[in-house]
Design a protein around this ligand. Structure first.
Ligand code: 13P
Length: 393
């Protein structure tokens, strides 16, 4: 169960003055290390997958593992797309199991950022999924992520933040107040006054990108000024790299498993340090009690076909699978034929939605309307259609 509604999770953090760590993962060692840490600390956690890292792993292949690990956790977990590149990436991430979304248009002019984000919010909210917007620009300085965030810092202004949140409807706002992606050069100067004003003006959970390298005191000040989600990656990557170097020098002849030995623990130790520092430890129970669970819906249709031969039925089903499986919020499309010829209904669609909100957004989606009106309804004879919400322990 413990995949939970991310909006509820961050609202709890916002109201209780702590921050949930959104740890970017790039492999199973990261996934397991991060969840081990959250379990040890009994804390809520966000498993974050950054599109800028997709060259290092197959997103579609890793997501089932992320989801399986999140479901068997005892602590509340959300799964987030970090720095998504486009509307299409976001829709794909939702269909693969993300229940929090960010598409990063922070390098674009305000109007364009607003328009991209507004369209995204409409789609994601139609799937019951909250959206993080970013306003102002957080560049990269040093480390493996630096080149993925080129350019100069651009600070978030209070007035623009207010207009942006109103016009887009984002649920959380990532702000630029002096942090950078990747390693720091020297101690960063953070503009806490600006952060305080933004928080006062907006009253929604704020997000900090570029968590690596900030001091304990800076984290405390961020959190006391409305920061409820902290994005963190480089320090985990560096902890893993140090462990590999140590493994390499300890056993000159070790193979792959020798070199990656204890990576999970090294990543977990740094994650746990952050979770405790940011105030999330021992919050799991109260967060679970507060958050709506993340429960899928199964849209079931059983039907007969009139006026099509077997090849025609196959073609209609193939077209439906192609169109319907790409609609945002559709996790899976199962199409089947009754195994006994004399069963009352010959065919079925089982379409799994990520959230009850998708019942409406799916029905109204132009691809669904076109398929239903032009291909399905004209040939579907007797049929039954029911939406089932999962019963889970
Ligand atoms: P760091 O790599 O600086 O911790 O930042 C991570 C981040 O902001 C991912 O969105």
């Amino acid at each position: 169960m413990p995949i939970v509604n991310m909006k509820d999770m961050l609202q709890h953090a916002y109201e209780h003055n702590y921050a949930v760590g959104a740890f970017d993962l790039v492999s199973l060692d990261f996934l397991q290390g991060i969840l081990d840490a959250a379990e040890r600390a009994q804390a809520p956690v966000i498993l974050s997958l950054a599109e800028s890292h997709f060259e290092f792993f197959d997103f579609a292949l890793l997501m089932p593992a992320v989801e399986a690990a999140a479901k068997r956790a005892s602590v509340p977990v959300a799964i987030h797309l970090d720095h998504g590149a486009s509307f299409e990436s976001a829709a794909k991430a939702i269909n693969l199991g993300c229940n929090g979304i960010m598409v990063d248009a922070s390098d674009k002019p305000l109007e364009e950022n607003t328009s991209i984000t507004k369209t995204l919010v409409e789609m994601a909210h139609g799937c019951g999924i909250p959206v993080e917007g970013e306003l102002g620009y957080v560049p990269g300085v040093e480390g493996e992520d630096a080149e993925r965030h080129p350019g100069e810092i651009c600070y978030t202004t209070v007035a623009e933040a207010q207009t942006y949140v109103e016009n887009t409807g984002v649920d959380f706002l990532a702000v630029s107040i002096g942090t950078v992606h990747g390693r720091m050069q020297g101690k960063p100067e953070l503009d806490f006054q600006r952060l305080q004003q933004i928080n006062k003006a907006l009253g929604i959970p704020l997000v900090i990108h570029g968590g690596t390298g900030l001091s304990d005191e800076q984290f405390q000040q961020l959190i006391s000024n409305g920061v409820s989600k902290i994005n963190y990656y480089t320090a985990l990557s560096d902890a893993a790299a140090r462990q590999i170097e140590q493994n390499a020098s300890a056993a000159a002849n070790s193979g792959y498993t020798g070199l990656v030995n204890n990576l999970r623990d090294a990543i977990g130790a740094e994650t746990e340090r952050c979770i405790r520092l940011w105030g999330g430890a021992d919050r799991a129970k109260e967060v679970l009690a507060r958050c709506r669970p993340w429960t899928p819906v199964e849209h079931l249709i059983i039907y007969n076909v009139e006026g099509l031969d077997t090849a025609g039925v196959k073609k209609m089903i193939a077209e439906g699978r192609r169109l319907l499986s790409a609609i945002p919020g559709v996790r899976e499309v199962f199409t089947g034929e009754a195994m006994k010829e004399d069963d009352k209904y010959r065919y079925t669609w089982l379409v799994r939605f990520c959230h009850p909100a998708v019942i409406d957004s799916y029905r109204e989606h132009p691809d669904h309307v076109a398929f239903a009106d032009n291909h399905f309804r004209p040939v579907a004879g007797g049929r039954i259609s029911i939406d089932y919400i999962a019963i889970e322990n």
